[in-house]
Design a protein around this ligand. Sequence first.
Ligand SMILES: [Zn+2]
Length: 317
Amino acid sequence: MLEIPEAVTVARQAHEAWAGRTITSAEAGRSPHGFAFYTGDAPEWYAGALAGQRLESVRPHAGYVVFTFEDWRLALSDGARLRRLDRGTPRPPKHQLLIEFDDGTALVCTVQMYACLALLGEGEGEDNIYFQGALRSISPLTSAFTLDHLRGLAEAAKPSLSAKGLLATEQRIPGLGNGCLHDILFAAGIHPQRRIDTLGDDDLETLHSAIVRTLTEMTEAGGRDTERDLHDKPGGYRTVLSAKTRDLPCPRCAGSITRKPYLGGHIYFCPTCQPLSQRRTHESSAPFVQRSTELDLQIDVSNIAEVLELLDGATHS
Ligand SMILES: [Zn+2]
């Protein structure tokens, strides 16, 4: 699935390949797909609308790649898989959208799990909350994605929400999904199931810089190695935690990585480097201080016992 790093990469490649080119023909909906969503009741009208259109630009918006033609915008969402085909390369028999350009190359689009392939006229698409969310989103790749912005997202969410829930659900950070989040949370040392009301200010600061740094690294490398770009090449960012590395030891502590289903999709984490803390920062601090004092005392007592044992051993030797 396209997330922010891949959407940036594919949009850049598509812009380089076709900006200024004109469409000679197009076909939408050749292979029926229950989760390919087009504008209108049937996608047959795309062919007539797109033929003869000149491509002005291709831009990423969160997990969307948006093609702007003279009269239309084509908004392809995160489940759309985009490939460039050379002149003379046989066109695949199955696809959900095929666009032929005047240099003999083509864009073929297939839908992975589900995707929106919306062709929108001037002012259309206002009712598509995901597309609007993407257009209006504050990208973690820009300086507008501040620590205050992340803190605002956390404060507006339910205290029982998990770290994964904060990053990858409800369009809080459009374009950040179940692919990129594993390496972000690993970098931050935060368990994906950890409640956000256990995150202190330091944790949020660490999480903020992990989001920005990890997504920037992924984008600069041309996307993750688990995904393929417009030219069918895997991205240059080597994922730390993904289906590709699931049997490898944790790169930090050499322990085993855990994989389990959680909140729609599998999560990957190191239980040692990303402990699941239960302490809640927003509760009254009194009970915690009390518990903590008891714990300190226990540690002190056991230390004394150890010291006495050592002394005992020393006097007898
Ligand atoms: Zn570890």
